[in-house]
Design a protein around this ligand. Structure first.
Ligand code: 8NA
Ligand code: MG
Ligand code: MG
Length: 345
């Protein structure tokens, strides 16, 4: 499909769900042999195993709230979105939420709450969360707003409902921008893709709050820019081991240690790789590679899935995978609705 085609929208939203569902198997594992990943993925093709449905986690649960809110309100409405997060959490608290964000979600359900951003600001002694929970649900912002300025603004505000530290919400902005660019076909030129992201993040990270948080947390002056430069360096290497990717970019629950990693997974898997089956297309490679990094596998595969799905489109996703994952068919229908909203705005 061409830029911003429906195929790309469907690919983005569905592959994000797949990454979450399929990645749940290895979440928190320190080392994940590629052999185990490939075994897990091939079990999805095998109907005789009757392996049932792979459930989605917090990543998809919250992304679904974002989608429903954007669609119902035909744009961003922080109170509506906050209410949906709180309602979803109280209906299904066992989806694997981060231990900090649970406090925010409980406070958001209070009818007395005036400022929906306040509970997030109170996290971690007033510093706010830098977890990847804002980024894991950021893709729908790129599917709702065609203008990158809106994508940035609303991905930021949407993340701020739970993540008030710049190292949290800027991860969401980066993830949404990556999906936005991918929808436009920007991954056809991978070097330009990464340099565009760096340029955009230079601007995003130039504010006082970012510089201040980076100083306090002893990170580089512009933490995401610095990590994106590392992504770019790794892209230029002829051979990169999984260990190097983990040590350079990380695989953890901080947005800084997972969003650039997810972007690298997509870029690295644009070409066939020795460690991955020849019959895999780019989307399957991206998901498999993300899982093999270990750590926060569901979230990294979810974010990489959204970016890769926007590039390859829905037709690149194996039907058998879609059938195994809870919420994948819903995501497909919602992608169509978001596509309509995107065209109206
Ligand atoms: P969050 O906001 O609770 O952050 C996640 C964790 O990061 C916190 O619990 C802290 O340990 C740490 N953290 C974040 N900000 C700070 C800070 N300013 N100072 C010190 N520590 C901090 O939750 P989230 O929504 O960002 O979630 C991030 C990841 O955790 C997601 O991948 C999610 O799936 C979850 N997670 C869940 C499990 C599970 O039990 N299934 C396992 C790993 C990760
Ligand atoms: Mg999760
Ligand atoms: Mg996770």
């Amino acid at each position: 499909g061409g830029p911003a085609s429906l195929f790309r929208f469907r690919g983005a939203l569905v592959a994000a769900v797949l990454g979450d569902c399929v990645g749940g198997e290895f979440e928190g594992a320190e080392e994940v042999p590629m052999e185990s990943v490939l075994q897990h993925l091939s079990s999805l093709d095998d109907d005789t195993k009757g392996n049932g449905i792979l459930e989605y986690s917090d990543d998809t649960a919250m992304a679904r709230c974002v989608v429903q809110s954007l669609l119902t309100r035909a744009g961003f409405d922080e109170r509506d979105m906050a209410r949906r997060f709180a309602k979803e959490y109280s209906a299904s608290p066992g989806r694997g939420y981060g231990s900090g964000v649970i406090q925010v979600l409980k406070k958001l359900s209070s009818p007395q709450l005036n400022d929906v951003y306040q509970p997030a600001r109170d996290q971690f002694n007033g510093r706010g969360s830098f977890g990847n929970g804002g980024a894991m649900r950021a893709a729908p912002f790129a599917l709702a707003f065609p203008d990158p300025a809106d994508v940035k603004k609303f991905a930021h505000r949407g993340a701020m409902l739970t993540h008030s530290c710049s190292l949290g919400y800027n991860g969401a902005v980066l993830q949404a921008l990556a999906v936005h660019l991918s929808l436009q076909g920007a991954l056809d030129l991978p070097l330009k893709f990464i340099s565009t992201l760096i340029t955009q993040m230079e601007d995003v990270e130039s504010d006082e709050a970012t510089l201040n948080d980076a100083r306090i947390l002893k990170e580089a002056e512009k933490p995401f820019c610095e990590r994106l430069h590392r992504v770019s360096d790794l892209m230029h290497r002829s051979k990169v081991s999984i260990e190097e990717v983990i040590s350079e970019l990380g695989n953890g629950i901080a947005a800084l240690h997972s969003v650039p990693t997810a972007i690298f997974c997509v870029l690295h898997c644009l070409q066939p790789r020795e460690c991955l089956p020849e019959n895999y297309g780019g989307l399957e490679r991206t998901i498999a590679y993300s899982l093999a990094l270990g750590g926060d596998t569901d979230t990294i595969a979810c974010m990489a899935g959204a970016i890769a799905g926007a590039h390859y489109g829905i037709e690149a996703i194996p039907q058998s995978w879609i059938k195994c994952c809870e919420g994948a068919e819903d995501a497909d229908m919602n992608a169509e609705r978001l596509h309509m909203l995107y065209q109206q705005t």
